[in-house]
Design a protein around this ligand. Structure first.
Ligand SMILES: [Zn+2]
Ligand SMILES: [Zn+2]
Length: 135
């Protein structure tokens, strides 16, 4: 991801661009990510705060991780698409929901986190995986 990447929510009210390469690229299987995504896990990239420009208004749900630390979950108030996570435990990073990127052709997540709540039918087949969060 060396050039600017763009993305947005399903309805297009919120659009963003990001100029930095991701510092981290993970699949998160925690229960809260499953609930928010409505799916088996959430695929996210962590990029430096200042590298993302956002256009359009989004809403924020104030969540907390298992450690009790704050996890701000930004989403489109119109179509409901989850967009960004801002996690107190990873200051300086903004986490982008990879499914909202326009082009994911050159993206591969590096690891799986919180596999202790992974859906049982999902076979990670030797991928790098952590029961909780190694960070
Ligand atoms: Zn939307
Ligand atoms: Zn999670």
């Amino acid at each position: 991801m060396s050039e600017a990447k763009s993305g947005g929510c399903l309805c297009g009210k919120v659009r963003y661009s990001v100029v930095a390469d991701p510092a981290m690229a993970v699949n998160c299987h925690c229960k809260n990510c499953q609930r928010q995504s409505g799916s088996a896990f959430s695929t996210i990239i962590g990029v430096p705060d200042g590298s993302v420009s956002i256009e359009g208004e989004y809403k924020t749900y104030e969540d907390h991780g298992e450690s009790g630390q704050e996890v701000l979950r930004d989403f489109c108030g119109n179509c409901g698409s989850p967009l960004f996570n801002r996690v107190a435990a990873t200051p300086g990073l903004i986490w982008i929901k990879v499914g909202t990127l326009d082009d994911t052709a050159d993206f591969t997540p590096a690891m799986h986190l919180w596999t202790k709540s992974k859906q049982h039918w999902l076979d990670l087949a030797g991928a790098t995986a952590f029961e909780t969060n190694p960070v």
